[in-house]
Design a protein. Structure first.
Length: 158
C-alpha cells in the first residue's frame, strides 16, 4: 500500500517507503527526493497537496479493507517567539516571561476572575479584562503592555 501511494502521488520522484511493523499499528513513512529524476524540477508541497495525499492514502486503505483515521482536529495556531524575545528570555531579561510567571502564580492561587485580577494588581500589574473586549490586556509595573494572545499558550487567553 505504501508503494501504491508513492507511485500514485509521486510518479516522477524517487521515494523511499519504510513500513513499520514493530508497533501495534502498521504504518508507512515516505521519504521523497524533492528533485525529479525525470526533469530535475523541485517538488513543492502546499497544505492542499498534503490533504490530497491523505485523501489518496485513505482511498487505498479503504480499497484494502482497512479503517481510516478520523479527520485531524484543527490545530490552534500559536504565535512563535521572535529571536529577540528568545535571547532576552535565555538571559533572564524578558519582561514577558516575568509576566507569564506572575500569571502562572496568580492562576494557581486564584479561585475566581476577580481574585486573579486582585492578585495580579498586588504584584504591580494592571489587568484589563472586560466582557466587551476580545482579549485581556496586561500592563507591567514598568508600563509595557501585552495582550493575552501574545503569551504563546492558549491557557493565557480568556
Amino acid at each position: 500500500m505504501g508503494l501504491e501511494l508513492a507511485q500514485r502521488e509521486f510518479p516522477n520522484f524517487e521515494v523511499l517507503v519504510a513500513t513499520h511493523v514493530d508497533t501495534e499499528h502498521l504504518h508507512n513513512h515516505l521519504v521523497v527526493n524533492s528533485v525529479s529524476f525525470q526533469d530535475g524540477k523541485k517538488l513543492h508541497q502546499s497544505a492542499a497537496d498534503l490533504q490530497a495525499h491523505r485523501m489518496a492514502n485513505d482511498k487505498i486503505c479503504v480499497a484494502h479493507g482497512l479503517e481510516i483515521l478520523p479527520p485531524p482536529q484543527k490545530q490552534v495556531k500559536q504565535k512563535r517567539m521572535g529571536t529577540r524575545e528568545y535571547r532576552s528570555a535565555a538571559k533572564g531579561e524578558s519582561w514577558k516571561f516575568r509576566l507569564i510567571n506572575t500569571i502562572d502564580q496568580c492562576m494557581r492561587c486564584a479561585a475566581s476572575k476577580e481574585e486573579f485580577i486582585s492578585l495580579m494588581e498586588s504584584e504591580g500589574y494592571q489587568v484589563r479584562w472586560t466582557d466587551s473586549r476580545k482579549n485581556i490586556t496586561y500592563t507591567t509595573p514598568k508600563g509595557m503592555k501585552c495582550r493575552d494572545d501574545r503569551l504563546h499558550e492558549e491557557k493565557y487567553t480568556k
